[in-house]
Design a protein around this ligand. Structure first.
Ligand code: NAD
Length: 285
């Protein structure tokens, strides 16, 4: 057992899966769940994701070893603000937010001395939400990025790393700003493009035909992530605004280059463009 008492605030896909994975690995003694949606919390209890539910976050965290904050990214700092002065001495607070720099900056400033904050982002997910979508294997073989900085407590980092490893994840550490630039490219841009593509095709008018009714495997594969929670992606887009704008600008250049080669009927240029992209893609699957 790594810790005795874990409090999960936000028992949804990520919070619920973390609790399930740690319970399955016998890495935690007990798990207390807190959620602003009473029906979701009730479901988490009945599915055996948590041992107990609590309605008062401040009293629930008062004897926690670790608090895992897995609420929408834009609410993480306000949740930490609410619980900060009620934390037990030595308590470690960590999070799952998909954007890191602003969360780490705000949360580190809120945590009292004697307690620690370690930013985290598991690189795993599905397009589904809530406790019912949680499963213990979600993090198996996936990376979890932790974003400690010079003021982070080494023992706290060690504990959070051990928990993620027990949940099946491979832990890597990087600076929060570096994380945000990387994930703007590899995660936030693809979601933005998928949403924009479905938007463009969904509103396309080809002699009054419903174009989407002709969608086949390719369109569905490519746009699966546009079924993700719109509010979560609104928050990520705004919280990582600068890095995402820069990624969208880079993508616009690439799309303009492709358009240009099509416009010029540039056979060699198009073959080169598609071949280079295929090589990148084949390299990751
Ligand atoms: N879904 C993914 O693919 C993914 C991947 C990595 C990280 N994340 C991050 O994990 C976090 C959770 O995402 P999720 O996919 O599990 O979402 P989710 O909607 O499945 O779960 C979030 C839960 O938090 C609860 N909640 C919302 N505000 C709250 C508050 N103020 N106090 C208490 N509970 C509150 C909701 O009722 C919900 O049950 C987000 O910060 C997200 O950026 C998500």
């Amino acid at each position: 057992m790594i810790i005795k008492r874990l409090v999960v605030i936000g028992v949804g896909l990520i919070g619920g899966s973390f609790a399930l994975a740690l319970r399955e690995a016998a890495a935690v003694g007990s798990v207390v769940g807190i959620d602003s949606d009473p029906a979701n919390l009730e479901q988490a209890l009945s599915l055996g994701i948590i041992d107990q539910s609590a309605s008062d976050s401040r009293s629930a965290v008062s004897d926690a070893d670790v608090v895992f904050v897995a609420v929408p990214a834009c609410s993480i700092s306000s949740v930490v603000r609410e619980i900060a002065t009620a934390l037990a001495p030595g308590c470690i607070v960590t999070d799952a937010g998909s954007v890191k720099a602003s969360i780490v900056r705000e949360c580190e400033a809120l945590i009292p001395s004697g307690c620690s904050f370690i930013g985290g982002h598991p690189i795993a997910g599905t397009e589904h939400s809530g406790a019912a979508a949680a499963f213990a294997e979600l993090f198996k073989g996936r990376r979890c990025v932790l974003t400690p900085d010079a003021q982070s407590n080494a023992a706290a980092l060690q504990t959070v790393s051990s928990l993620w490893r027990a949940a099946g994840a491979e832990v890597c550490c990087m600076e929060a700003e570096h994380h945000d630039r990387i994930f703007a490219e590899i995660s936030h841009l693809p979601h933005a493009v998928a949403y924009a593509l479905v938007h463009a095709v969904g509103t396309a008018d080809v002699e009054g035909e419903n174009v989407l009714s002709y969608s086949a495997g390719g369109f569905k594969d490519f746009t699966r992530i546009a079924s993700s929670d719109p509010v979560m992606w609104r928050d990520i887009a705004l919280m990582n605004r600068d890095a995402l704008l820069s990624s969208i600008d880079g993508f616009s250049v690439s799309l303009a280059e492709l358009r240009n080669r099509i416009d010029r009927r540039d056979q060699a240029g198009l073959t080169e463009f598609f071949t280079r992209a295929k090589l990148f893609r084949d390299g990751i699957v």
